[in-house]
Every structure is written in structure tokens, then in C-alpha cells.
Design a protein around this ligand. Structure first.
Ligand code: GDP
Ligand code: GDP
Ligand code: MG
Length: 306
């Protein structure tokens, strides 16, 4: 299955909610007027794009309508598609230029960190890269076992310690193993205990110190994993993590199970952190590189089918 169809399929629920709402609005208005615009803004706000971002989309839309002289409501979806694609900006992938490069994966419990690491490892391994996973979520024994299963599936190796071990020391050992075996990419899992901000900050700072010291010149990515189904709460989580560490990209999971896919736009617009991957299912090939244009198309193309 092609990349677009997977992302589009993952957006089924979001498309049915946003696009179907706009279709029925378009069908009940013959021309674009103030009342039409107000109802459109309501649809956007209620679809997890958020108030601030919806307002901005509508401002841009008004300017576009003025500029193009559009009066036909049927033109709205195409205009919105372009505006949203523009707002999402250039797509940015991972920077993995050194051997090894490091990817640190962070986020609260249950958002899909371990699963996303497994999928990402599989896709990097499929490109011929040697991947080593670091089981630095030492908080629960099950987390280590789960990462081990994914390592096997993905064809990656894993470095682990015992439950309760110092996560920074697992990262240290993972880097040592990657160096010894000439691995291309290191991906480190972490525990997500956001409820204690001080602990989290200290733990991440300690892990980052180890990485900086052991691999001062390596390409480093810190990916924050967010669950799309949590809607605006995902934006709040991103804000909190952004306060304690430098995030280079977001992995937005579980798009397939939610109508709240509009959250991608809010995250991008309100936090200026690029969404680099989206999760569209639980399978090994269900992590897709994010593409703004295909995302915008996926929200608006169709939407009348069930
Ligand atoms: P962690 O606690 O952040 O490491 O989260 P896990 O990786 O253990 O994932 C929690 C649950 O979310 C698991 O049941 C995963 O299968 C599920 N999950 C992760 N990503 C996706 C996704 O993109 N789509 C769906 N439907 N489920 C996902
Ligand atoms: P600090 O927290 O900035 O003082 O950094 P440390 O030098 O204490 O290192 C942070 C963590 O990295 C330590 O707590 C260890 O867990 C780990 N670490 C550092 N050096 C080594 C080492 O030689 N072997 C192992 N296994 N872990 C190490
Ligand atoms: Mg996990």
C-alpha cells in the first residue's frame, strides 16, 4: 500500500468529521458570506484545531477570498487545503548524519513511545541501517520486555539492564555497544513520568549529559511522542516537555483511532515543533513520515463516504 493511502486511511475519522461538516455547510450556502464564515470557524474549532489556530486559518481564508474574488462555497475546501498545507510548512525528516546518530524518544506513559521506536527501527533497518535500541525505560520490567520483542521484529539489537537501573547508565551502555559494533543509529526509549516535573527534568538532563559527553559531534534527535486521541491535552504535554528539554520533532500516534487529527495543525502552529512522523496503526509499517500536503489532502479529499 502506498504512503498516501496509509496516511489517508489513518485520517478516515478526522476526514469524516471535518470534511463532512464542511460539505454539508457548503451544500446549505450558495455563496460565501459572513454567516458562512462564522459557521466554518465553528466547525474548525470543534475539530481540535483549537481556537487560536482556527481563527488564524479563517483570517488567512478571508484574505485569500478577497485576493481571488472567490464567491462559490465549492471553492472553500481547495482554499483551506492550501492554507493548512502552507501553515504546516516544509516537511522535515530526521537528521542522522553521523555514525552513530542518536534518537532519544520521550513522552508520557501510554502514548506509543515503545511501539513507535519499534516501527522506526524497522524502517531504518529496511534502509540497511544497523540500529541499536537502548531500554532506558527501566521503570517497569514489562517495558524492557516489550522493547525486546520490537527489537527482534525490527531486526535491531538491544541493550538493556535490570528494572530500576539508572536510565542514564543504560544510555551509556547503549552508546558503548553502538560504538563497538559500528551501529548507524541509536534509539533510546525512556520512562514518561511527567507528574514529577523535577524528576523528569533531572533524568532527561542526566541522559543528555551522557550523550553529549560520549558523542559530542553526533546528530541528535529528541522526539516527543504524543497521542492524537488526547486532543488539546497533547498540546499541553508538548508545552510542558518543551519547557524542560529541547525537542527536535514530534511523533503523533493513534491518528487511526481518532477524529482529532486536526491537532497536528494546532501543535505545529502553536508550538513551532515539526511533526516528523504519524502513527496510523499498531503494525510494524504503520509509522509514516509526515507530509504536510498529503495530510491536508487527506483531511479534505472526500469525506462524504463512510
Ligand atoms: P508507551 O507507554 O509510550 O511506550 O506506549 P506503547 O508503545 O506501549 O503503546 C501504548 C499502546 O498504544 C499500545 O497498545 C500500542 O499498540 C498502541 N499504539 C501505539 N501507536 C499506535 C498507533 O499509531 N495506532 C494505534 N491504533 N495504536 C497505537
Ligand atoms: P553527571 O550526572 O553529569 O555527574 O554525569 P555522570 O558522570 O555522573 O554520568 C551520568 C551517568 O552516566 C551515571 O550515573 C552513570 O549511570 C552513567 N555512566 C557514566 N559513566 C559510566 C560508565 O563508565 N559506565 C556506565 N555503565 N555508566 C556510566
Ligand atoms: Mg514504553
Amino acid at each position: 500500500m502506498g504512503f498516501f493511502s496509509k496516511i489517508k486511511q489513518g485520517l478516515n475519522k478526522t476526514r469524516n468529521s471535518i470534511s463532512a461538516g464542511i460539505t454539508s455547510l457548503v451544500n446549505s450556502f450558495t455563496k460565501i458570506d459572513e454567516e458562512f464564515m462564522e459557521e466554518l470557524e465553528e466547525i474548525l474549532v470543534s475539530s481540535d484545531i483549537g481556537v487560536a489556530t482556527s481563527t488564524e486559518i479563517c483570517e488567512r481564508l478571508r484574505a485569500k477570498i478577497k485576493e481571488t474574488g472567490a464567491t462559490d462555497t465549492n471553492e472553500i475546501k481547495e482554499l483551506l487545503k492550501n492554507i493548512i498545507s502552507d501553515m504546516l510548512g516544509m516537511d522535515s525528516g530526521l537528521t542522522l548524519e553521523t555514525k552513530p546518530s542518536v534518537i532519544l524518544v520521550i513522552g508520557v506513559n501510554g502514548v506509543g513511545k515503545t511501539t513507535s521506536i519499534g516501527k522506526l527501527a524497522a524502517s531504518l533497518a529496511a534502509e540497511g541501517k544497523k540500529v541499536v535500541l537502548g531500554a532506558a525505560d527501566t521503570f517497569r520490567a514489562a517495558a524492557i520486555d516489550q522493547l525486546e520483542i520490537w527489537a527482534k521484529r525490527a531486526g535491531a539489537s538491544i541493550v538493556k539492564s535490570t528494572p530500576g537501573a539508572d536510565p542514564a547508565s543504560v544510555v551509556f551502555d547503549t552508546i558503548a555497544s553502538a560504538k563497538a559494533h559500528h551501529a548507524d543509529v541509536i534509539i533510546c526509549d525512556t520512562a514518561g513520568r511527567l507528574h514529577n516535573k523535577k524528576d523528569l527534568m533531572e533524568e532527561l538532563a542526566k541522559i543528555n549529559r551522557v550523550i553529549e559527553r560520549e558523542l559530542p559531534d553526533a546528530s541528535k534527535e529528541t522526539l516527543l511522542v504524543l497521542d492524537a486521541a488526547t486532543g488539546q491535552n497533547a498540546v499541553n504535554q508538548a508545552r510542558e516537555f518543551k519547557n524542560v528539554t529541547n525537542i527536535t520533532g514530534i511523533v503523533l500516534t493513534k491518528l487511526d483511532g481518532t477524529a482529532k487529527g486536526g491537532i497536528v495543525i494546532a501543535i505545529h502552529n502553536e508550538l513551532s515543533i515539526p511533526v516528523k512522523y504519524v502513527g496510523v496503526g499498531e503494525g510494524i509499517d504503520d509509522l509514516q513520515p509526515f507530509c504536510a500536503k498529503e495530510f491536508a489532502d487527506g483531511i479534505f479529499d472526500g469525506g462524504d463516504e463512510q
